[in-house]
Design a protein around this ligand. Structure first.
Ligand code: NAD
Length: 520
């Protein structure tokens, strides 16, 4: 392969196909509003998961480049924080407009690098875009408070930006997660250094190009690349005041601990094991479709994938019917018409998932539907695993305890609603859960008693829209979930409060001695 250095991002045109790219273009850093070729000596090859053809190589940005990104953001902060809120709002309007215009281009880069279907990639972009659109309402979202605390005396509170903030993103939502961060961090007056996933930085690079086009001044958004080395730099760089992380528990718990120890604010969304409780009184057809879509869509590589079924009472008899629906899904290259799910991200990930399926078999579970060894005819070299359903699963099994992050649904049977709640609450993770029932009273008990942070009632993936916040809990968030992403708490995360107490008295002071006691 001959890699070409790109001169501008316009040079990088993602083909909306899985054809082999003759001369792939290097991924660049985005520093000070310019795409700059990296001087890296270490590069990470990026392959199309559907074909394993090379798409680009991603630099491990050098120390000089990482420092340059923070220098740029630090310099930009002084003037950026002084721009008016209305000015920043205008830029955000333009940015959202450009994202809409480039929707398909963003989605194509996601399908090519991440593997999800084009239709699903468009959803990835939209969910991020909605955060940016909601951020346009910042003028009414960031107001402080004022109280007359005594005669002639008042206290006012303001929300001020933190300075330079950083974001570390996962591979599974290459547009949405950067857009959980960029709009809110920048419209509140911060400047940023962002590291996309080294497995699929393309969408983020397009977002950088669009931000520059929208009129963002140089330095407000910088993008650097790499893996743990870049993250360690961000964790230890004192000029970075806050870190947003989304990804696995392994990386996230480390990042939370080291970032917090270094005095930074950290928001960190981690792994999941989302359960659906199915009651015999539910709308069966709706439940089976919803579960099949939420378990196998995006090849199960969503943190809110419905990966665990809790069949209550007689509903266990429905699993063969669910398997029929799963079989009906089309696994194919993401650009192919009618594709329902694409490949998993890497050969390593495929192997890890297959190993978990094998472990379930060894531990005595039943592989009711086995996706191992399946592949679409046109793409024999991709990282394929078809929809897989494992039944007779017990809580001690590895396939239940670990996040699988693939198109694998594990099914447990319980006799009663109470047992279902007990099982779900005993799980360490608490990202999301769903119940399928027609009974309002049962749903009411479920929402009150279940511990997961995001609850769906006849809704399989209850991710809140951006006027709310992403409210996972337990092991699915670091730091007890105090700093959830987007919504009000997203704005709180990216701002610090300042309170001003003032005394304006019309008459002259009469006493000549200072008062030294706390006022009583
Ligand atoms: P990952 O943890 O492997 O990678 C995430 C980021 O961390 C990447 O940018 C990566 O470069 C960096 N990283 C990886 N290992 C590191 C290390 N040892 N030290 C420092 N940095 C490191 O996660 P992933 O595979 O990209 O994403 C999948 C995971 O993300 C799943 O566990 C999924 O549940 C989770 N996720 C959670 C949410 C949520 O909101 N809860 C959303 C999306 C994904």
């Amino acid at each position: 392969h001959h890699f070409r250095p790109a001169t501008s991002l316009a040079d990088v045109q993602y083909p909306a196909s899985h054809e082999r790219i003759e001369s792939p273009v290097d991924t660049q850093n985005f520093l000070d509003n310019k795409f700059v070729a990296s001087k890296a000596t270490t590069w990470l090859d990026l392959h199309d998961p559907a074909t394993n053809n090379l798409v680009t190589r991603v630099p491990q940005s050098t120390d000089e480049e990482l420092v340059a990104a923070v220098d740029s953001a630090e310099k930009a902060f002084k003037s950026w924080r002084d721009t008016s809120l209305l000015h920043r709002q205008q830029l955000m309007f333009k940015f959202t407009h450009l994202i809409r215009e480039n929707w398909d281009r963003l989605a194509a880069s996601i399908t090519l690098e991440q593997g999800k279907t084009f239709a699903d990639a468009r959803g990835d972009v939209l969910r991020g875009l909605q955060v940016a659109e909601t951020a346009c309402g910042i003028t009414t979202q960031m107001t402080g408070e004022v109280l007359e605390v005594a005669k002639d005396m008042e206290t006012r509170s303001y929300r001020e930006p933190l300075g330079v903030v950083a974001a570390i993103c996962p591979f599974n939502f290459p547009a949405m997660i950067p857009l959980w961060c960029i709009p809110i961090a920048t419209i509140t007056g911060n400047t940023m250094v962002l590291k996309p996933s080294e497995r699929d930085p393309g969408a983020c690079m397009i977002l950088a190009e669009l931000a520059e086009k929208a009129g963002y001044p140089a330095g407000v958004i910088n993008i650097v690349h790499g893996s743990a080395k870049t993250v360690d730099f961000m964790l230890d760089e004192p000029r970075i005041k806050a870190l947003s992380f989304v990804g696995s528990n392994k990386a996230g718990e480390y990042i939370y601990a080291r970032g917090s120890a270094n005095g930074k604010r950290v928001q960190a969304n981690l792994g999941a094991k989302n359960h659906a409780a199915v009651l015999p009184d539910c709308n069966k057809n709706h439940a089976l479709n919803a579960i099949s879509g939420a378990a196998f869509g995006a090849a199960g590589q969503r943190c809110m994938a419905l990966s665990t079924l809790v069949m209550i009472g007689e509903t266990k008899e429905w699993i063969p019917e669910l398997a029929e629906r799963a079989k009906g899904l089309s696994m194919n290259g993401g650009f192919e018409e009618g594709a329902d799910l694409g490949p998993v991200i890497s050969p390593q990930s495929k192997k890890r998932i297959e190993d978990i399926i094998a472990s379930a078999e060894e531990e005595g579970a039943t592989i009711l539907l086995d996706g191992r060894g399946q592949k679409p005819e046109k793409y024999p070299n991709g990282n394929w695993i078809g929809p897989t359903i494992i039944t007779n699963v017990k809580p001690h099994m590895k396939c239940y305890k670990e996040e699988i992050f693939g198109p694998v649904l594990v099914c447990l049977n319980v006799e009663t609603f109470d047992e279902a709640i007990e099982l779900i609450n005993a799980n360490e993770y608490g990202n999301g859960t769903s119940i399928f029932t027609r009974s309002g009273a049962t749903a009411g008990r479920f929402q009150r008693e279940v511990e997961a942070g995001q609850v769906g009632i006849n809704v399989p993936i209850p991710v809140p829209l951006p006027m709310f916040s992403f409210t996972g809990n337990k092991k699915s968030v670091a730091g007890g979930g105090a700093n959830t992403f987007y919504g009000k708490s997203g704005i709180y995360f990216y701002t610090q409060q300042k309170t001003v107490t003032s005394l304006w008295r019309s008459e002259d002071a009469v006493a000549t001695k200072a008062s030294v006691n706390m006022p009583t």
